[in-house]
Structure formats: C-alpha cells, structure tokens
Design a protein around this ligand. Structure first.
Ligand code: PMP
Ligand code: GLN
Length: 382
C-alpha cells in the first residue's frame, strides 16, 4: 500500500509565477509576469565563472560560503551602509534569497509563534511560516500607497509575536520604506524579543533618488535581524539562485545549524566569479538608473493604453490598474490577457491570503525595450 502524506501545506497550490509563466509559454504570450530579465547578463561575469571552472574551483567551498566572497561582501556593506559585518561569523552564502528567508524563519519559529506579514506579500513567506508550525498574522498595506499602518501593527503584536517580515523595495508594489518607517519599527520592537526578517533582494533597484533604508544601517534593528539578499537581482542572473544572509553572530550561529544540514554549501565557481566581480562597484551602483529607465519607458508606452500606473519606487515591478477596462477579477483578467492578448502579468491578488481585488496587475519591466514595445502593442487593442 502506498503511504499517504499528511500534507504540511494542505492549502498550497503551485506558485503563481510558475502558473503564469507556463500559461505564457502555452499561449506564446510575452511574459511580463515572473520577475526575470530577458536581456543578457554581463559576459565578463560569465567569463569569470568559466575561468573559475577551468582553474579547477569545482569542489565544495566552506559551508558558510567562499571566505573571499564573504570578505568582499563585508567591504561592500561597510562602504554602502557604514556598518562593520564580520565575514566569518555574520554572513552566510545561500542558494538564493528565498532560501535565506526560509532558513531564517526555520531558525527562529517554534510551533504557535506568530509572525507579522504585510499583504500583499511575496508568495513564499506564508508557507515558510506555516511549514514551521508558525502562525502568519496578516496586516494589509494601505491601498494605493502600500504604506504600513504602524498603529495597526502595534495592535497586532501579542506575547506570541516572534518576528516581523519587511520587504523594501517591495514586491509586488514597488513601494519603499522611509526613514520614518524605520523609526516606527525601532520604537515598536524596542524592549521586545521580536526578530526582524528583512527581505532586501531589491536593495539596488531603487528609483527617483530615494535611499534604500537597509536594516544594516541601524544597529538597534540589526541586532535582532536576518537581512536577506539575492545575487540574481543584482547581476541579472535569477537562474543562478545565489544569495546571502547577514545577521549578528549569535543569530547566525543558529542559522548555520539549519543551513549546514539542508544545503551545506553553494556552488563554487559562481562564488569565485562574484568575489572578483564585486570589486567593480559601478555594476551595482548604476542599477537603479538602469531599471528606472525601463520603468519610465513602460510608463510612456502604456499611455497608449487604458491602464493606469500606480507609483513604483523600486524593484522590477509596477502595478497597473485596469478599472478603465474591465470589472473582471484580477485572476480572470490576467488569464484572459495572456490567452487572448498574448501578454502575461501577475494578478496582485496572488500576493494576498485575505481576499483582495483592487483590479491591479503586476507588470515586470526588467525587459528589453523591444519586449516592452511588443507587449504594449498588444495591450493597445484592449
Ligand atoms: N524576495 C523577493 C521579494 C523576491 O522578489 C525574490 C525574487 N525571486 C526573492 C526574495 C528571492 O530571490 P532568489 O531568486 O534569490 O531566491
Ligand atoms: N521573484 C520573482 C517574482 O516575483 C520570481 C520568483 C519565483 O519565480 N519564485 O516574479
């Protein structure tokens, strides 16, 4: 008799990114859904990976990540945020940002612990909490600014609150946390045992001269935080699935206990290549400008359609309202757009557990200009 699984995630289906990307392939649609660039990454960086492989750097590196890469990351953090991070005890290289977040949550959650999540939320957070026996406490961001209602957060904190997850620049809305938000967060967690998981994978993708308010800048917050990053977003290589987590030594010690028996260590050649490539600061310092141009180009093109943009100050994404076009639910409309008009997007409702339908779709603009043009030419027909 085949054994039956008592599902740990009974209410979870296939992630919306895979659903919409598969639908895009099936209908030959332009994929502005899942967040990945369709332009080439740096050939210098791929050459460095090649060289690393040819030099024989093909065996396990240290379980916490290549020491040189961790050193270079700590130098980067010091230059960007004026914070000293110990590369031996406070950084771990991970197979992507999602894994870093999952590992941080697994490190701290005991059954019954509550974790505050702002909705819309990146779709891995809630299942990551639930699989660990935690209870997600959902707080809606204010629509349409997608800002945090800190009074509401205060009300939702209980004796069981173990952590708060923040994400700036934010997926899917492109909102960013301000200095004031950080002050509010500081006041809220002071004198509590609450951890912070800060998802900063879009750290460099920030627009309109806004400053990224990294937790790394704030020692009072960093002392209770796991800060998660992704190389995929910085170097246009989402398929590399490489990232890292920064946390104070006592927290990182426990994180590594989980990591060492789950992944142990990440692929070596890419770590050698990234350690070298990180020396070229302009590669990440000009990223915001590069993507801002893409955001603006899409906004300009979309003026020919009936979609209305909501503000995006960062990330790969912008939400567009379609209230001038249809009354359909976000999901129905996104599916019809893909099937009948050949453009795949992501319904914002996919980022909510609480039923929410503001008639907005998420567009990914990290694409070639020609891709954006082709997509908008199709949307004009709506
Ligand atoms: N957090 C957010 C908000 C993201 O959009 C992504 C992108 N996939 C990740 C984490 C994780 O990135 P990675 O592919 O490195 O796991
Ligand atoms: N982060 C990407 C997005 O939001 C995709 C990640 C994924 O496919 N899991 O589209």
């Amino acid at each position: 008799m085949q054994p039956l699984i008592n599902s740990k995630l009974p209410n979870v289906g296939t992630t919306i990114f895979t659903v919409m990307s598969s639908l895009a392939v099936e209908h030959n649609a332009i994929n502005l859904g899942q967040g990945f660039p369709d332009y080439e990454m740096s050939s210098e960086l791929t050459a460095l990976v090649n060289q690393a492989m040819q030099k024989g750097y093909n065996q396990y590196v240290h379980m916490n990540g290549l020491p040189l890469l961790r050193e270079r990351l700590s130098e980067k953090v010091e230059q960007l945020y004026q914070t000293k991070i110990n590369p031996d005890t406070e950084i771990t290289i991970t197979p992507g940002g999602t894994y870093a977040i999952y590992t941080a949550l697994t490190t701290i959650i005991q059954p019954g612990d509550e974790v505050i999540v702002f909705e819309p939320a990146y779709d891995s957070y809630i299942p990551n909490i639930e699989i660990n026996g935690g209870v997600p406490v959902l707080i809606p961001l204010n629509y349409p600014s997608y800002s945090i209602d800190w009074d509401l957060v205060k009300q939702k904190i209980t004796g069981k609150t173990k952590a708060i997850i923040i994400n700036s620049p934010h997926n899917p809305t492109g909102s960013v946390l301000s200095k004031n938000d950080i002050e509010q967060l500081k006041a809220l967690v002071k004198h509590t045992g609450i951890f912070i998981i800060s998802d900063e994978v879009y750290e460099h993708l920030i627009f309109d001269d806004k400053q990224h308010e990294s937790i790394l800048k704030y020692p009072e917050l960093l002392e209770r935080s796991f800060v998660c990053f992704s190389f995929g977003k910085v170097y246009h290589c989402t398929g590399w699935k490489l990232g890292y987590c920064i946390a104070p030594a006592p927290l990182m010690k426990e994180f590594r206990k989980v990591h060492q028996f789950n992944c142990f260590t990440c692929n070596s050649p890419m770590q050698f290549a990234l350690a070298e490539f990180l020396q070229q600061k302009e590669n990440y310092l000009q990223l915001g400008n590069f993507l801002q141009k893409k955001r603006d180009y899409l906004i300009e093109l979309m003026k020919q359609t009936k979609f209305t943009p909501l503000p995006s100050f960062g990330s790969y994404f912008q939400l567009y309202s379609y209230t001038n076009i249809s009354n359909e639910s976000e999901k129905e409309f996104a599916i019809r757009l893909t099937k009948d008009f050949g453009v795949a997007t992501i319904p914002a409702s996919a980022f909510y557990k609480t039923e929410t339908d503001n008639k907005v779709l998420r567009f990914c603009f990290s694409k070639k200009e020609s891709t954006l043009e082709c997509a908008v030419n199709r949307l004009i027909k709506l």
